[in-house]
Design a protein around this ligand. Sequence first.
Ligand code: S3P
Length: 180
Amino acid sequence: MAKSSEVRPIVLLGYMGSGKSTLLEPLATATSRVAIDLDTYIEQKYEMSISHIFEKYGDFHFRKIERQALQEVLNISNALIALGGGTPCFYDSMKLIRKSSFSIYLKVSTRKLIDRLGNQRNTRPLLSNLNTKEFKSFIEREVAKRSAYYEQADFILEDTSLEQAVSRITTRYKNFVELS
Ligand code: S3P
């Protein structure tokens, strides 16, 4: 059965470095929601870091457990969920997200993502083995591919400050609740 919009989870999605985790706590406070970071949820569930899961079991296994974790967190009442960058782009996950949540795409230019992620390469399993040239073309290619999924979100928020993001999302969400 479809959930009524007041209890629907709110979901933040977007590429690595788009600000999902930064926005999570302030937005949870503003919307009186329970903040859930999907990567942290997975790390606690498996008692293992995301990097370690990639290293030990590989991408395919990570995507399987990520999908399972997504289904679990979408069932948590009153949740505000920050997804991993790849979460909406595998299996039919974007369809599931659209059906069961109010989703927000944090859209950031590829140039900014490259700047922000440049010095975090070692801590991110998908980027850690790439040299500078490979890193840039990887981000450009991946963002182009993943945008088709991200753009299906209920609301697209482009490059804004933290304060603006919180206020624009809360306004847009109120409209969404009133109209549904
Ligand atoms: C990934 C993004 C990461 C994490 C994993 C894979 C991706 O999450 O889930 O390293 O495929 O883009 P963040 O977007 O929170 O960094």
